[in-house]
Design a protein around this ligand. Sequence first.
Ligand SMILES: Cc1ncc(C[n+]2csc(CCOP(=O)(O)OP(=O)(O)O)c2C)c(N)n1
Length: 832
Amino acid sequence: MTSVLLKASKKRCPFLLSSFYATPGESSSMPSTKEINLQRSVEETWEPIGSDEIRKIDAYWRACNYLCAGMIYLRDNPLLKTVLRPEHFKNRLLGHWGSDPGQTFTWVHLNRAIRKHALNMIYISGPGHGAPAVISNAYLEGTYSEIYPEVSQDEEGMRNLFRAFSFPGHLGSHCTPEVPGSIHEGGELGYSLSHAFGAAFDNPDLIVSVVVGDGEAETGPMATSWHSNKFLNPVRDGAVLPILHLNGYKIANPTILARISAEELDSLFRGYGWTPYSVEGDDPQLMHKQMAQTVEQCIQDIHSIQRKARSDGSPERPRWPMIILRTPKGWTGPKEVGGHKVEGSWRAHQVPVPEVQTNPDHARILEQWMRSYKPEELFDENGTLRPELKEIAPRNGLRMSANPHANGGRLRQPLAMPDFRDYAIRVEKPGAQEVSPTEILAHFLRDVMRRNMNNFRVFSPDENASNKLEAIYAASKKTWLASFKPEDSDGGEIARDGRVMEMLSEHTLEGWFEGYVLTGRHGFFSSYEAFVHIIDSMFNQHAKWLEKSKLELGWRAPIPSINLLITSVVWRQDHNGFSHQDPGFLDLVTNKSANVTRIYLPPDANCLLSVVDHCLRSVDYVNVIVADKQPHLTYLDMKAAITHCTKGIGIWEWASNDDGGEPDVVMTSAGDIATMECLAAVALLRECFSDLKIRFVNVVDLFRLQPGSEHPHGLSDRDFDTLFTKNKPVIFNFHGYPTLIHKLAYRRANHENLHVHGYREKGNINTPLELAIRNQVDRFSLAIDVIDRVPRLGTRGAHEKERLKNQIVESINYAYAEGIDSPQIREWKWPS
Ligand SMILES: Cc1ncc(C[n+]2csc(CCOP(=O)(O)OP(=O)(O)O)c2C)c(N)n1
């Protein structure tokens, strides 16, 4: 496949393949023969767009642009029925103009293709700060008024729209969840393309158009997501049509991609496996022809790729089309303000004429600018879009602003679930037998996959095998549409029709996953604990989206939850060492709304099964599950596991000896490894002090620790005090950073007696016990802490304390001499 490079400017004829991007500093010149040979024109198949259609498309586009400007500036006089006066302006001018006209231009041309081919298409706005472009279209298509009736399609409604935009208590200035047709806010740049692919997976009839900002294209997540085309299967997936919007500037700088030569740019996207088509210019009339022609070509390419793949059933990796759209930033806006170039410069990024309230010249420029769109030709006296323009937009479900995929919960089908109890481990005695929890889970996930081969995917950054989840490959291999080698058949587990998504980019995977759930499908993501931090920010953004959608927007249907398994945990990084030790993602999660966040630390394999079953059935949450992949002791049979996980926190009677009396100390754990060490400490203490009354509490659902007023899962104070007492020492062994437990429990009556052990950022290449010792989450340190905190053991326990300290020294020496922990540590079992 080859590219088409066309430029539409007043100076040159767009249909001559003679215009190329000038290398910076040079003027455009005729291409070399070689360059011409690289190109193929769509003219062969092109049925030229008629002048009447161009006139209407242009008018529709002007209507969009008029609305965009109105949203930024006006609170009254929306149809410019009188000269603009100071009282018509908003007091505070907010919003972004620069991105809007290129995006509205794209939208109206996609509309043309949708109508022509009855396309099922959604639109993702990478530079979501260009929200006026999306909102104006949603408004003109009627969707906005259907959801927000006060924003009616008349003068009053237009006034309300302008007032609502970027106004306190109203609409944000990004493509926030409030915006119909949006599944991507675009506030934090970089994720639009991966979201687009996530939406396209398993949606064979859907085309996801996605505008990528040229600034956005400089971000790390965007850079890696161009590779998503190696994971899109044209037989069973939809298509993604990226439109790279080269408007040349970011907030205050030129963009890199707009300042490299045409050849470099073309090579870059070819190198990523795309077929780039370029549209370039500033003359609207010529640009409409070019864009219509190019969009048509892209749709034809997409259809022919899909036809071919679907007829022969064995997809080769196609070179999907993409558009490189080069237009001036702030196109059609004021050319110059106060002697400074505005259109085609970074000055167009936000509010291009900044002082309309105080500077009459600025007010005049704004009025001229808005009148240049000729609103009287676009809207009737009542402010309603004229019928001949309305008719060029798609209708009903074909409107991108009303496409059900953009409100994916409406399409959500619950997963067909196997019975998780069928995967249970038999537990005859607590703490006697070891299994890898994730290995057990893998069989369950495999069967979830088998039953849901159209709406469930598993995501991991090259780690499913490492995380001992490889049993899922029996249901489906890893998606792979790049080339194959003979050795791949020997355990490579890759296939063109695979459904397990593995690529070494946490960003791209999380973006795919979010796009997938936002369009109503389900998934499961596993990551090494330390590196889940790479998607911290994506988690933040998704949690914000969920919070808004769930609490404030009744029209958005619930979507499946994001399920994140954090494994390869901090405590078992024997050869990876310090860089792989970071349990801090949990701290981040607790910053987000209690309405959408859940954290589970199942202590063993059966609890993990129960938790994952629960999470896969849930909606509108981010569920974070922490479970290690190494063999660990099992404690609860399935019945007990279900009861324990349902309660989320509880006393383990078999590990306690305070029944019927008051405990001297409450030993508490959260996390699999933390639980084992805590139980081992209990066993040591019981050996040393037969009369010591110990209560053992395990926490699965971390938010049980917070008061009910703070989190819906929070325990009442009464329940908390019953479990933890109001005055006895509580020794809490925690999987993560100790401060998190204090943060959650600081309001509890017994907080001053809560002593939390957890990761203290002390790590290296360690044996498991030696690492635990360095961070004082080991059995000996915990037992010593109990001796220190239980007053009656203070002096009585002196000898025991010495012996425990000796064991610490001996354990470290053993680890340093042998490179492993001693057999009695490695083979420790709960004493029956
Ligand atoms: C990850 C991230 N970094 C920084 C910003 C701040 N920011 C907002 S808009 C913008 C420039 C965007 O340029 P581009 O993607 O080209 O969009 P457009 O030119 O269409 O406005 C920046 C840096 C952001 N929103 N997200």
